[in-house]
Design a protein around this ligand. Structure first.
Ligand SMILES: *[C@@H]1O[C@H](CO)[C@@H](O)[C@H](O)[C@H]1NC(C)=O
Ligand SMILES: *[C@@H]1O[C@H](CO)[C@@H](O)[C@H](O)[C@H]1NC(C)=O
Ligand SMILES: *[C@@H]1O[C@H](CO)[C@@H](O)[C@H](O)[C@H]1NC(C)=O
Length: 302
């Protein structure tokens, strides 16, 4: 660590001295936007703050914006549970639109539910343009089951689980609990399509919004990272946009046989080589610095 740090410092100093670095390379590396997950720092060997720093180091100081929903840290934390994703996405879109440094485009990294929220940003707000979207443990087909709630007490978590199991599609729950908006009950596919106020919309389940297809296809790459030993996301395959075959909750349906594949233009993206599926061993969001540098940093530099 010390050696690495020393080395980095040294090369930065050398770089300034030789007149290379920032000035010349400005514009070469796109800015990066981060969106955190529910409960924020759960299960995470290093916080979003250090990810920001890591990206800055690895890109010689590109601009990194870590979205803070609601304007302060407390609201930001609560937003992950209690502010409807539509409002959060709208808020994020405004933040991105008024940030002059993003005007020429940016790459985005979503952590957990931040993955599907950033996808909604790509689909709903094509300006400024998102280039590469990296989803870390995102639930693109929602969840069916809430085995653990990061950073919540056990009793609160049990309450939320019961609420989701018995009342996810009630209007008031959809209004007030973020996780209900991407609750995907394969045993009640119609209720899901009609009542999910977020996921069914961004996945074109109820209405086919052509602009969603067009805007998503504007991405250069859509990278989905799945955690093979995830104990929070159920089913794990949702991280790769896959889900149960409708009508039961055991068999998985391959992505290219699912409705969303064509309904959202994922077929076209795949044909154009824009979909990238990565996986690693470990629990939800358990990414090491080494894995991040080896697998994700090159995508930010591409
Ligand atoms: C950052 O600067 C170092 C030293 O000049 C250089 O070797 C490296 O390629 C640069 N990295 C990027 C991403 O520009
Ligand atoms: C993680 O999951 C993979 C794939 O299911 C499995 O091969 C591996 O043994 C698991 N690792 C641990 C540490 O449980
Ligand atoms: C669908 O995807 C599977 C891999 O999951 C692949 O083996 C198969 O060839 C694909 N089918 C079509 C029609 O593209």
């Amino acid at each position: 660590m010390h050696f690495l740090h020393f080395n980095l410092t040294l090369s930065l100093i050398l770089c300034c001295w030789l007149g290379c670095g920032r000035g010349q390379e400005a514009g070469a590396v796109l800015p990066v936007v981060l969106w955190h997950g529910m409960g924020d720092t759960c299960c995470f060997p290093f916080s979003l703050g250090s990810i920001k720093k890591l990206i800055e180091e690895q890109t010689n100081g590109t601009y990194v914006l870590s979205l803070k929903i609601g304007g302060n840290v407390v609201l930001d934390y609560e937003s992950g549970f209690f502010i409807h994703p539509d409002k959060q996405v709208e808020y994020a879109c405004k933040q991105l639109a008024k940030d002059a440094r993003l005007a020429n485009g940016y790459n985005a990294i979503g952590f957990s539910q931040g993955g599907q929220f950033l996808r909604a940003v790509a689909q709903r707000c094509p300006k400024p343009p998102m280039r590469t979207l990296i989803s870390l443990g995102g639930q693109h087909q929602g969840v069916f089951g809430l085995p653990k709630c990061p950073t919540l007490s056990t009793s609160t978590c049990e309450y939320l689980s019961r609420l989701l199991n018995y009342a996810a599609y009630e209007d008031w729950v959809q209004e007030q609990l973020v996780q209900a908006t991407y609750w995907h009950d394969p045993l009640h596919d119609n209720s899901y399509r009609l009542k999910s106020t977020f996921l069914a919309d961004i996945n074109n389940e109820l209405y086919l919004k052509v602009n969603y297809i067009e805007n998503l296809n504007k991405l250069k790459k859509f990278v989905m990272v799945k955690f093979l030993n995830d104990t929070i996301v159920q089913p794990r395959d949702s991280q790769w946009f896959e889900f149960y075959t409708p009508g039961q909750d055991r068999e998985m349906q391959p992505l290219n046989q699912s409705k969303v594949y064509s309904n959202l233009g994922l077929d076209k993206m795949q044909a154009n080589g824009k979909l990238k599926f990565l996986s690693l061993e470990g629990d939800h969001l358990a990414i090491s610095k080494e894995w991040f540098i080896q697998n994700l940093v090159p995508l930010l530099l591409a």
